[in-house]
Design a protein around this ligand. Sequence first.
Ligand SMILES: [Fe+2]
Length: 230
Amino acid sequence: MREGKLWINLRQAMDTDPVYKPIFEALISQLKRLNPGFSPLRAYGGILISSPRAQVFFHSDVSETLLLHVKGRKRFRIYPPRAPFVDPQFMEAILHKTQTEDVPFDPAWDEQAAQIDLDPGAFVSWPLHAPHRVENLEGLNVSITVEMVTPQSTLQNGVYHANGVLRQAGWTPRTASTRGVQAYAKMGLSRAFKAYQSVMGAPSEPAPKSETTFDVDLAHKDGLSDRATA
Ligand SMILES: [Fe+2]
């Protein structure tokens, strides 16, 4: 763990483990108290443990995220949630599960990124869908992640999902705006399409985050071996 490039995500450890769950619930209720109007529909907490040299490549998450840093040092780079950093069509594809959350990256974009170095006790958050990448700087890294579904993220993701449906039908959506009646109409379309898919038994793609693509292998210099090339 300290030598390789392992990155372990104990998903939902904070909201299911009996030791951590009360801490997580207290955190969420404190966030609600301090931020009037903040009303997550669902919140999930994970524990990230990663090697001193591990990194997380450029990607865009579908949920609102908060990272509370506990141990080690890491560098966050956060990019604006718009083209060219993240193309609307990529968000549509991620939500249609035809693509993973990894999106194309150009190192020249670093100049326009917000760079934030995290020490233990610091936290970071970013606008919905803002792409980001992370490099560990020092020591074994431990962080708590909070993934939240909010009314706003549900509406924005519904609009992107519906735009993807329209694009499949040959239309080119002109906006991913969440304002006005058209946004709610798109959310209705998105829900109807998902209901249709579940009735028709749409082929279920493996969730990218749940794919097993490697095995822990301490004999390997990175601490893991890739299943595809093993
Ligand atoms: Fe992320």
